[in-house]
Design a protein around this ligand. Sequence first.
Ligand SMILES: Cc1cc2nc3c(=O)[nH]c(=O)nc-3n(C[C@H](O)[C@H](O)[C@H](O)COP(=O)(O)OP(=O)(O)OC[C@H]3O[C@@H](n4cnc5c(N)ncnc54)[C@H](O)[C@@H]3O)c2cc1C
Ligand code: SF4
Length: 362
Amino acid sequence: MTPFRYLRVDTVPEALAAIATLAGDAEPGHDREGRLFAGGTNMLDLMKENVMHPHALVDIGRLPLADIGYRDDGTLHLGALARNADTAEHPDVKRDFPMLRAAILAGASGQIRNMATNGGNLLQRTRCMYFYDAGVPCNKRAPGTGCPAAHGIARQHAILGASEHCIATHPSDMCVALAALDAVVHVESIRGTREIPFVDFHRLPGDRPDLDTVLEPDELITHVAVPPNPYAPHSTYLKVRERASFAFALVSVAAALELYPDNMIRSARLALGSVAHKPWRDTEAEAMLVGKPATTDTFIDVAAFLLRDARAWGGPALPESTQGNAFKIPLAQRAVVRALEMAAAGIVTNTGADAFRMEGQP
Ligand SMILES: Cc1cc2nc3c(=O)[nH]c(=O)nc-3n(C[C@H](O)[C@H](O)[C@H](O)COP(=O)(O)OP(=O)(O)OC[C@H]3O[C@@H](n4cnc5c(N)ncnc54)[C@H](O)[C@@H]3O)c2cc1C
Ligand code: SF4
């Protein structure tokens, strides 16, 4: 591990001043990003594996940013330093945001969720195996060196929105639900505050895969605001993975329906996880659902539309290949149909012991 300076901050102004100073004085060979330390569950791994080597770490763990609860404007406030576990178990989240709770509980393990923070969850890095191996090229870790995954082992990789420069996926479960729920990320720096719609927070790789998000190096996430949720009775987080627990998703779906009493769809929200460099939200597919009956036939049409631009990567790109990810395209289509069926039936999640139904649903 490269030596680094450790700074502990206790107030937000102190933190902003420290981040601003560090953002301007990166030393050669050191990263500009990743200088904050919240729960440390991703950052420490990346430093130990020599993937990231910041010259200084600002420990923000004691900042007063761990609040969760409703605000006067009706939004649910999720503090950046609230732990994932506390967020999932908060009474307002349990009652009004079951899909978000299910997504959080589908991620990692109880021990990790006890350490991991909401801000850190948004900024966790891809799980591409080449990214984690400092001995091989990778455009995200070392810009301009190439992308071995594009023709290599790509089972976990993107089928939507990728570029030849990078086919990595964003691995978070929680972020998929937040994208579907129209959340907004609030950030602060010494230059002021800004609000970033969740769907615009993470980037597609293009020719700058080293940049995961639109966050500037001197900005701190203070909280995420989630608007009132009309979808609670009919929302689902479906996670498909290679092991039943403690595994990142191959594909995940956050599906939410607002239904009329005759089962016609009034409005819908749909986001896919682990299929792109960011949570994948398609408002055209959502619009297709409006005014249609909540039936499997409707869902099959929408799933086909949602995956219309999907492409396989890795090699060889055959459906039966164990290296390429062609299998993820039909898998994602089936997952979308199943998630919408579950949402219509009021089934919140498929994830093992965490699976539960909304009260009052059969
Ligand atoms: C074994 C294992 C399995 C996992 N499985 C899953 C899974 O299935 N699903 C899933 O979604 N996740 C999974 N995770 C990832 C886990 O959710 C993340 O590691 C965690 O959410 C990161 O939060 P943290 O507070 O520990 O972040 P840290 O590691 O402290 O920080 C991560 C990044 O966020 C930045 N950061 C943190 N807070 C802020 C802030 N307020 N403002 C600006 N920047 C900030 C840091 O600078 C750093 O770059 C797994 C992790 C492990 C180790
Ligand atoms: S997919 Fe992205 S992270 Fe993985 S090797 Fe290619 S450039 Fe690196």
